[in-house]
Design a protein around this ligand. Structure first.
Ligand code: AMP
Ligand code: MG
Length: 489
C-alpha cells in the first residue's frame, strides 16, 4: 500500500472533479529500493512545491508515498496508432498525482510515469525502463531550453527492480509536468462511445483550462478547435526548425495544449535528410521528418470529427466549417515555418524569394549530407571568417552563399546584429542520439550518471558556445551512429 506523506503539495485537482468515466482512480504501485537520480529544483520552485529532503523526494517520486492532497488517477483516452483506431488506451503506465497552479498562475499536471499498472494497462506491466526515462528527461528539458513547447521533467528515480522488455532492464519512474495531459485521443474516447454530453463537458473544460478567450466567440467549440490547429501548426514548424523527429505522432500522443508530449523513440537528426525515420516500429515511414506537418493535419482531422457537431445544428454546415477551420493549418504552418527559417538565416524582414533561399539551403544540405545543426550554426561564422574554415566553405555552397550575401546586403541591420540573430536562432547543442545512448549505456552498465548530468548542464544553454563541451556538439563518428530508436517502455 502506498503511504501518505506528511508533506502537502498545493494541489487543486480539477480533472478528478470531472465525471467518473473520464478516469480511473488508482494509487501508484510501490517499488523495492528507490534511488533519486535527478531532481529539477528550479521547476520545483516554479511549481511552488514545499521544501523536500532527499528521502522525501525519493519516496514521493518513486510512488512509494503520496504527497498530501494528491488524488491519483489514470486518464481515459483512445487513439489512432499508425492509422489504426484503438478505442481503449488510457494511462497504462502513468498516474496523475494532481494539478498545481504554479507561481505564474499556470495550471500544471504532475504525473508519475512508470509507476505500476492501472485499469488501462491491458497486457503491459505499467513500468518504465531506465533508458526511456533518461531519454525523456534529457530531450524534454532540452526542448525547454531551446524554447520549444514541451512537457517538463521534475524527477527521475530508479526503482531497484527489473523490468522485462526483450531483456531485463533497470526500472525507473519519471515525474512529468505538463500544462495538461488532454490529447486528441481524449476526445476520441468519448466520440467512440457516442457520448456527446461528455464531449461537451470536455470542450468546456479545455476552453477553461487552455483557451479561455474561446468562450467569448460566437461558436466556442469552433474557436477552441481553431486554437488547437494554430498551436499544433506552430509547434510542428518549430520541430522542423530544430531537426526533431517525434517518431510516434499517434493521436493519443498529440496534446491539445500544443506542447510536445511523449518522447518515445524520438530523435534529432544529424545529417539533413527529409525522409529520415528513427523509430524501429515506424517501418512505413509514416512519421518521417517531412511527413510531420501532414500527419499533424491528419490528426487534427480526427479531432474535428469528434466535436464538429457543436459547430452548427445543421450537419452540412458544421462539416463545411470543420473543413475550413482545418484548412487554416496550411497557412499558419507555412508562415511559422518561413518566419522561423528566416531567423535561422539571419533575416529580419521578408522578401518574396525567402522561401526559395531557405529551400535551396536545405536542398544543398541534403545533397551534401551536411549536419543540420552544425550547418545552421556555421552561418554566424560564415559571415566573418574565410570559407575554408567553415563547413559552408565547400564548393557546393558557393552559389547559395553569394545569394545569401546579396540578400543580407539588402537589409539595414549590422553584421553584429545578424550574427546575434543567427546565434539566437541556431543552437550549438541538441540532444544528439549517440550521446543519449552513451549516457544510457554508462548508467545501465556502470551505474555512472556523469554523462547524463553533464549533458543536462550543457543542454540547458543550447545557444551558448561552450568550447569545453565540444564533445556534445559533434555529430557521431561512423561507428557511433544510432540508426534506430526503440519505444522500449
Ligand atoms: P505510448 O507508445 O507511450 O504512447 O503508449 C501507447 C499506449 O500504450 C498508452 O495507452 C500507454 O499507456 C500504453 N503503454 C505503453 N507502455 C505500457 C506499459 N509498459 N504498461 C502498460 N501500458 C503501457
Ligand atoms: Mg503515449
Amino acid at each position: 500500500m502506498t503511504a501518505i506523506n506528511q508533506t502537502r503539495f498545493p494541489f487543486d485537482n480539477s480533472y478528478a472533479r470531472l465525471p467518473e468515466d473520464f478516469f480511473a482512480p488508482v494509487p501508484p504501485g510501490t517499488v523495492a529500493s528507490p534511488r533519486l537520480i535527478r531532481f529539477n529544483e528550479s521547476l520545483a520552485v516554479e511549481l511552488g512545491l514545499p521544501h523536500l529532503g532527499d528521502a522525501e523526494k525519493t519516496a514521493i517520486f518513486s510512488g512509494n508515498e503520496l504527497p498530501g492532497g494528491a488524488q491519483p488517477i489514470a486518464m481515459a483516452y483512445s487513439g489512432h496508432q499508425f492509422g489504426h483506431f484503438s478505442p481503449e488506451l488510457g494511462d497504462g503506465r502513468a498516474i496523475l498525482l494532481g494539478e498545481i497552479v504554479d507561481r505564474n498562475g499556470r495550471r500544471r499536471d504532475v504525473q508519475l510515469k512508470g509507476s505500476g499498472p492501472t485499469p488501462f494497462s491491458r497486457r503491459g506491466d505499467g513500468r518504465a525502463a531506465l533508458g526511456p526515462v533518461m531519454r525523456e528527461y534529457l530531450v524534454s528539458e532540452a526542448f525547454h531550453a531551446l524554447g520549444v513547447p514541451a512537457t517538463r521533467a521534475l524527477a527521475a528515480v530508479t526503482t531497484g527492480e527489473r523490468v522485462y522488455r526483450e531483456v531485463a532492464l533497470p526500472g525507473a519512474v519519471l515525474t512529468r509536468v505538463a500544462s495538461s495531459h488532454i490529447r486528441v485521443g481524449t476526445f476520441q474516447y468519448f466520440a467512440a462511445r457516442r457520448d456527446r454530453e461528455a464531449i461537451m463537458r470536455l470542450v468546456e473544460y479545455v476552453i477553461d483550462r487552455h483557451y479561455p478567450d474561446a468562450r467569448q466567440a460566437e461558436r466556442p467549440a469552433r474557436a477552441l478547435y481553431e486554437n488547437v490547429v494554430a498551436r499544433q501548426a506552430q509547434l510542428v514548424a518549430r520541430w522542423m526548425q530544430i531537426g526533431f523527429i517525434h517518431g510516434v505522432m499517434n493521436t493519443d500522443n498529440m496534446s491539445v495544449s500544443g506542447e510536445t508530449i511523449d518522447f518515445g523513440p524520438c530523435a534529432f537528426m544529424d545529417h539533413y535528410d527529409p525522409a529520415m525515420v528513427f523509430s524501429s516500429i515506424d517501418t512505413g515511414g509514416r512519421y518521417a521528418y517531412s511527413n510531420q506537418p501532414i500527419v499533424a493535419q491528419w490528426n487534427l482531422a480526427r479531432l474535428v470529427e469528434t466535436l464538429m457537431f457543436l459547430f452548427d445544428p445543421d450537419a452540412d454546415k458544421a462539416l463545411e466549417m470543420a473543413k475550413e477551420s482545418l484548412a487554416a493549418f496550411k497557412d499558419i504552418y507555412q508562415t511559422a515555418w518561413l518566419d522561423g527559417f528566416r531567423r535561422k538565416l539571419g533575416l529580419f524582414g521578408a522578401e518574396d524569394d525567402d522561401a526559395g533561399l531557405v529551400q535551396t539551403f536545405l536542398d544543398t544540405l541534403a545533397a551534401t549530407k551536411s549536419d543540420f545543426t552544425i550547418a545552421f550554426r556555421a552561418l554566424a561564422s560564415a559571415l566573418e571568417s574565410p570559407p575554408a574554415e567553415n563547413p559552408l566553405g565547400a564548393a557546393a555552397f558557393s552559389d547559395w552563399r553569394a545569394r545569401w550575401a546579396q540578400r543580407l546586403s539588402r537589409q539595414p541591420q549590422s553584421k553584429t546584429d545578424v550574427a546575434a540573430l543567427l546565434r539566437a536562432s541556431n543552437p550549438a547543442f541538441i540532444p544528439r542520439n549517440h550521446r543519449i545512448e552513451q549516457a544510457i549505456e554508462a548508467a545501465i552498465d556502470r551505474d555512472d550518471f556523469t554523462r547524463f548530468h553533464e549533458m543536462l548542464a550543457v543542454l540547458s544553454r543550447p545557444y551558448d558556445d561552450q568550447p569545453q563541451y565540444e564533445l556534445y556538439a559533434r555529430p557521431p563518428q561512423h561507428e557511433e551512429r544510432v540508426l534506430q530508436t526503440f519505444c522500449g517502455t
